[in-house]
Design a binder for this molecule. Structure first.
Ligand code: NAP
Length: 205
């Protein structure tokens, strides 16, 4: 099976930051429904930022067809696996670990071990396609994971929800530290309410 279609959907400021502002969350998730992803792929830091809220979140069943949540957690830092699986957004959770990930308790979260020092992102996507029938993967990242995926040529589509704000220095940029190769072709540019613009690009011009 071919690698899944990988789309990065991210709320950004005019200066490219993913943090340091309050995004239009309702709009963000409404638009995220565009892709009806099979797998939501998140970085550990994105999940860690949500862990305090997750502990308090109500437990509700996930609707039929809800995606699987796969979390890149090469250093074994995520703790709230049970909450992630019970908040009603995802049909299940899968930890993506590497061979050097610290020991985990037996019988914990289902895991996929790919890569030696860090999670091998290309291999992880291939397994998500083969074993989990993933055709579409939506990346939920503040830039760290997105940058690593961009560097490896693993991003097919970029969706930027641009907010008319400046976050200033010291914030995570949506592209992380990607080295900046390749062009992008415009799919659509749509002005929305409150000065927000939705930009969609495909990789390769
Ligand atoms: N504005 C938005 O739309 C938006 C969306 C999501 C999150 N956020 C915010 O962004 C912040 C978190 O973003 P972040 O950029 O710090 O982290 P992140 O996007 O969650 O990415 C960090 C993850 O990427 C992995 N990673 C990075 N480089 C890698 C490589 N070369 N190979 C394999 N794995 C690699 C890390 O692996 P290890 O596990 O090995 O460290 C870690 O799990 C939070 O504040 C969150 O609230 C904003």
């Amino acid at each position: 099976m071919a690698r899944p279609h990988v789309v990065v959907h991210v709320a950004v400021t005019l200066d490219g930051a993913t943090t340091g502002f309050t995004p239009a969350i309702g709009l963000f998730y409404e638009l995220a429904g565009t892709w009806a992803e099979d797998v939501t792929l998140a970085g550990a830091d994105t999940i860690l930022a949500q862990e305090p809220a997750l502990r308090e979140a109500p437990r509700v069943p996930a609707p039929a067809g809800a995606p699987l949540l796969a979390v890149v957690d090469g250093r074994g830092r995520v703790r709230e696996w049970a909450a992630l699986g019970a908040v009603g957004h995802w049909s299940g959770v899968l930890a993506l670990h590497a061979e050097t990930t610290p020991p985990r308790p037996p019988g914990g979260v289902p895991e996929l071990v790919v890569g030696a020092e860090r999670v091998d992102l290309a291999a992880a996507l291939a397994v998500l396609g083969e074993r989990h029938a993933a055709r579409v993967v939506r990346v939920d990242s503040g830039g760290g994971l997105t940058g690593a995926l961009l560097d490896r040529g693993l991003v097919d589509e970029i969706s930027l929800l641009v907010h008319p704000r400046l976050a200033g220095p010291g914030h995570r940029l949506w592209h992380g530290h990607a080295s900046g190769t390749g062009g992008f072709g415009l799919i659509s540019a749509e002005p929305l309410a409150d000065g927000i613009v939705w930009l969609r690009y495909r990789s390769g011009s």
